[in-house]
Design a binder for this molecule. Structure first.
Ligand code: AMP
Length: 143
């Protein structure tokens, strides 16, 4: 199963924020959309970073509530690991495990076309396992 299959089953919208928005804006956005990370984009919707709830918690822990008015650019991760639609779910799982993060933006020809979260990956793996066990059960019954 590939990243493309996951994207086909969810909304095509990727929630993004500008680097000059404040952490308070980002918190509001995460809450409104019930998500754990937001992609930071610059001109032409070019990906320039990612901000997750972990970054927000870390910044608030270090700087206190005053950081709520600081720009997203000060807390985001700039070196973003991305993937292509053609990659397999196993490859994305390995990347998330190795990098210890739960979100991977999907890029196609330099364009942001989606985001895969650990929740999406777990859901698709469970569906795959169910299909495998159904096929095995059918095989055993008819053998
Ligand atoms: P997460 O587990 O996705 O909430 O993120 C944990 C940390 O990894 C945070 O500092 C994020 O900014 C960072 N992060 C999340 N996704 C990525 C990614 N795809 N590439 C690089 N860093 C990431």
């Amino acid at each position: 199963m590939t990243v493309k299959t996951i994207l086909a089953g969810k909304s095509a919208d990727v929630i993004t924020i500008e680097p000059t928005a404040t952490l308070a804006d980002a918190i509001k956005l995460l809450g409104q959309h019930r998500i754990g990370a937001v992609v930071v984009t610059g001109a032409d919707r070019r990906l320039i970073g990612i901000l997750s709830e972990r970054d927000i918690v870390r910044t608030l822990g270090e700087q206190g509530a005053a950081a709520l008015q600081a720009p997203v650019s000060e807390s985001m991760t700039r070196k973003v690991v991305t993937c292509a639609e053609t990659e397999t779910i196993s490859e994305i799982m390995e990347r998330m495990t190795a990098g210890k993060f739960r979100h991977v933006p999907v890029i196609d020809q330099g364009r942001l076309v989606g985001i895969v979260s650990i929740g999406d990956v777990v859901k698709s793996r469970l569906q795959e396992m169910e299909r495998e066990s159904d096929a095995l059960r059918d095989y055993i019954r008819t053998a």
